[in-house]
Design a protein around this ligand. Structure first.
Ligand code: GRF
Length: 192
């Protein structure tokens, strides 16, 4: 369901630092934004990202992850209550079940710090540096029931220099993550 502004009601799910959330909030405040962030949910009570939500006066909730079913049922209720049309995972460290994805029935996006399908899962920068890859990057994709495997919406490369460390690569990739997440949302929402 859309609000009269025509913007998609968006929920952002986080677990920690929240720098992608911050970039999405920044985008959502631009005139041309296609989304309105109506809800931020964290499975981690002390996620720094919750501070950004509070500062921007965005409705936010901590949902304890005691088990997946209880977490997802609570989340679904909140999403319904807030008429959420789109979910953006932004450093959300839990895997959503196929049943949740079916029940929500609207797009769910995720941002991943590698050039998918390479390096699904964790420690992507470490693996890229260890393997002496020439490139890494970030990918925004649709979430399906398989980890980091849904349809790719947008991907951007960065060069890995011989002087790069895991830390410096992470920094470089994060910078492009902040740029491509809003762009991927625009691509998704204008592709219907
Ligand atoms: C990002 O690298 C994102 O790609 C990955 O987790 C990290 C979250 O960072 N899924 P932040 O919380 O958005 O700063």
């Amino acid at each position: 369901m859309e609000k009269s502004s025509g913007k998609k009601n968006t929920a952002v799910l986080i677990s920690g630092r929240g720098s992608n959330l911050r970039s999405l909030i920044k985008y959502s405040k631009t005139k041309k934004s296609l989304i309105k962030i109506v809800l931020v949910v964290s499975d981690n009570f002390s996620a720094k990202g919750l501070d950004y939500a509070n500062k921007s006066k965005i409705n936010n909730s901590f949902i304890q992850y005691s088990n997946r079913k209880i977490f997802e049922d609570r989340l679904l209720k909140l999403l319904k209550k807030n008429n959420v049309d789109l979910i953006c995972l932004a450093g959300f460290m839990k895997i959503l079940s196929g049943s949740f994805i079916k029940k929500f029935c609207k797009p769910i996006l995720n941002i991943h710090p590698s050039l998918l399908p390479k390096y699904k899962g964790l420690n992507t920068h470490n693996r890229a540096v260890q393997n002496k890859d020439k490139f890494s990057g970030a990918t925004v994709h649709i979430v399906n029931e398989k980890l980091d495997s849904g349809r790719i919406i947008l991907q951007k490369k960065v060069k890995i220099l011989r002087s790069d460390t895991v830390r410096s690569l992470e920094k470089k990739v994060l910078k492009i993550e902040h740029k491509i997440y809003p762009k991927a949302i625009i691509r998704l929402l204008t592709s219907f």
